[in-house]
Design a protein around this ligand. Structure first.
Ligand SMILES: C[S@@+](CC[C@H](N)C(=O)[O-])C[C@H]1O[C@@H](n2cnc3c(N)ncnc32)[C@H](O)[C@@H]1O
Length: 213
């Protein structure tokens, strides 16, 4: 994982959830929440890269328990401060590549992480994520579709096909961030040899992918 990306999300922690206030995305966000709540209803799950707990809060409404992890302590501290009602919840600061199957979960969510993985590292990323699950376990990924006018423009594309955006934080600092917008057929191509079934959930601004190992 690019260390710049980790630092960027650490510095962005306090302002991160503004991204979920965009008016044009509210209907999709509700639908995505509903889909995730169905995917994880009654389950004990592992959340990778939970960030400030925006999705943790939502899936906690139907999940039995959540172990929420992220590499950045600053985002976990915000996630920890939220109220998860009756759901059993634990947090852990951890690099996803240091996690192992001993976490003992059959279900997993990785939100808005896929888009930050360089294309040339997706195979390793997927192998690592799937290694955390038993056969028959489910991995759910959610992320952005590129919508002109709603997403920041792509500033350049590298030799592997990775796309980049220049992002600004409220302190005025500029960050060049790798952000890919995979199509359904690209996701299918990457995942098909590694999972037994795949369900794609398309929205206008977002997509979801549920894979069974
Ligand atoms: C786009 S944010 C998504 C946060 C949250 N899942 C959401 O959708 O609101 C990406 C998150 O990935 C985390 N992250 C980046 N690299 C990571 C790694 N190697 N292991 C675990 N978390 C990582 C960052 O700290 C950041 O919180």
């Amino acid at each position: 994982m690019n260390p710049n990306l980790v630092t960027y999300y650490s510095q962005r922690a306090a302002e991160y959830e503004k991204i979920y206030q965009k008016p044009e995305r509210q209907k999709d966000l509700q639908q995505l929440s509903h889909w995730l709540q169905q995917c994880f209803s009654g389950t004990d799950l592992l959340e990778i890269a939970c960030g400030t707990g925006y999705w943790t809060e939502r899936i906690a409404q139907t999940a039995s328990s959540i172990l929420a992890t992220d590499i950045n302590e600053s985002v976990i501290n915000i996630a920890r401060s939220k109220d998860y009602h009756h759901t059993e919840i634990a947090f852990k600061v951890a690099d996803l590549y240091s996690l192992d199957a001993a976490m003992g979960k059959n279900h997993l969510l990785a939100g808005f992480l896929w888009s930050h993985i360089p294309i040339q590292e997706l195979g390793r990323f997927l192998d690592q994520v799937l290694s955390l699950l038993p056969v028959g376990g489910t991995a759910v990924f959610i992320d952005n579709h590129f919508v002109q006018g709603s997403n920041l423009p792509i500033t350049h594309t590298d030799e592997h096909g990775n796309t980049y955006q220049t992002r600004y934080l409220e302190d005025g600092s500029a960050h060049l961030i790798l952000k890919n917008f995979p199509t359904e057929s690209f996701l299918h191509t990457i995942c098909q040899s590694k999972v037994s079934t795949m369900e794609f959930y398309p929205l206008e601004y977002y997509w979801g992918l549920k894979c069974v190992k």
